[in-house]
Design a protein around this ligand. Structure first.
Ligand SMILES: Cc1cc2nc3c(=O)[nH]c(=O)nc-3n(C[C@H](O)[C@H](O)[C@H](O)COP(=O)(O)O)c2cc1C
Length: 293
């Protein structure tokens, strides 16, 4: 990428991004009370926009009060207090000329039960990561297999958080399907050994991601962006390839490219790998507005 590319604008839908520079989604554990980030953290986001960033992501917000949280002090966007706290931030980001995106996730087997009101850890299958939780230094607890109720409940958490983001005035919503968190756990045979409609074949393992996307799209108006983040690696057991190879990863990207989303968010090292491949659907997805972190 040349300097010219870096500072050139581009468009997705009716949104013009004034350059290719942005604030990546970064978990900050900065919400001391009510799942609302500290004011200095909110001010930091606005300052980056005032200094020229074209796109500003929130940290990954957790999607429910039950089992989604993986780190202490994470934010949510479900209660009116939380929605009202973000409204001045999105307004300030818009005034400063940046596109604002709320990212959300459920940590699944990487949740930390002690910080979840329900004290649960749930996942597609009862398998915990092999590596230790870097924050606690302890093994991750064995998660409970998600029941149909859990699946519906978690999907509703994504949809309600998206609804909160729309009311708070965000330009876009990102579903965090990467880094070995819950959606990624469903996608990968490494963590998904279910034998029902959500496990087994690549199509079945994709089902949960698709249901989340559709439930979220239903509450996100067409004039907002909906993006999806994906990766082939996870924060825990980082050395493991979550997909069996290029074909499987390409298959997931192809499925995503048929979903009602506006862009796929990826890490640049994988983007290079994708660009090397000759598949046209995949390249169209890349060309249609990939957001580079
Ligand atoms: C402290 C920290 C927290 C992060 N939290 C998130 C997160 O909440 N969601 C996410 O998708 N990526 C997260 N990431 C990954 C970043 O978004 C980004 O993709 C990564 O740091 C690579 O970009 P870089 O080379 O510019 O650092 C985090 C990274 C860091 C360093």
């Amino acid at each position: 990428m040349t300097e010219h590319d870096l500072f050139s604008p581009f468009r997705i839908k009716h949104f013009t991004f004034r350059n290719r520079i942005g604030v990546a989604p970064m978990t900050r554990m900065s919400s001391p009370a009510h799942s609302v980030p500290r004011q200095d953290v909110l001010d930091f986001l606005v300052r980056r926009a005032e200094n020229g960033a074209a796109i500003v992501y929130t940290e990954a917000l957790v999607t429910d009060y039950e089992s989604a949280q993986g780190y202490p002090g994470q934010a949510r966007l479900l209660t009116q207090r939380q929605i009202d706290a973000w409204k001045p931030v999105t307004e300030a980001l818009r005034r400063a000329g940046a596109v604002s995106i709320m990212q959300m996730f459920h940590c699944g087997r990487m949740a930390w039960p002690e910080v979840n009101p329900a004290g649960r850890s749930i996942a597609p299958s009862p398998l915990s990561p092999e590596s230790l939780n870097t924050l606690t230094g302890a093994p991750y607890p064995l998660p409970e297999t998600m029941s149909r109720f859990d699946i519906r409940h978690v999907i509703q958490g994504f949809a309600e958080t998206a609804r909160g983001a729309v009311e708070a005035g965000f330009d876009g919503i990102e579903v965090h399907g990467a880094h070995g968190y819950l959606i990624s756990q469903f996608l990968s045979a490494y963590s998904n050994q279910r034998t029902d409609a959500y496990g087994g074949s690549a199509e079945n393992r994709y089902r949960f991601a698709s249901e989340v996307i559709h439930a979220v799209r239903d509450v996100v108006p067409e004039d907002r962006l909906l993006t999806f983040r994906i990766s082939n690696w996870g924060i825990a057991d980082m050395e493991v390839s979550l997909f069996s190879g290029k074909d499987e990863y390409q298959g997931v990207i192809e499925r995503l490219s048929r979903e009602p989303i506006d862009a796929i968010s990826e890490l640049s090292m994988v983007i290079s790998a994708i660009r090397d491949c000759s598949d046209s659907a995949l390249q169209a997805t890349v060309a249609s507005g990939l957001l580079i972190s």
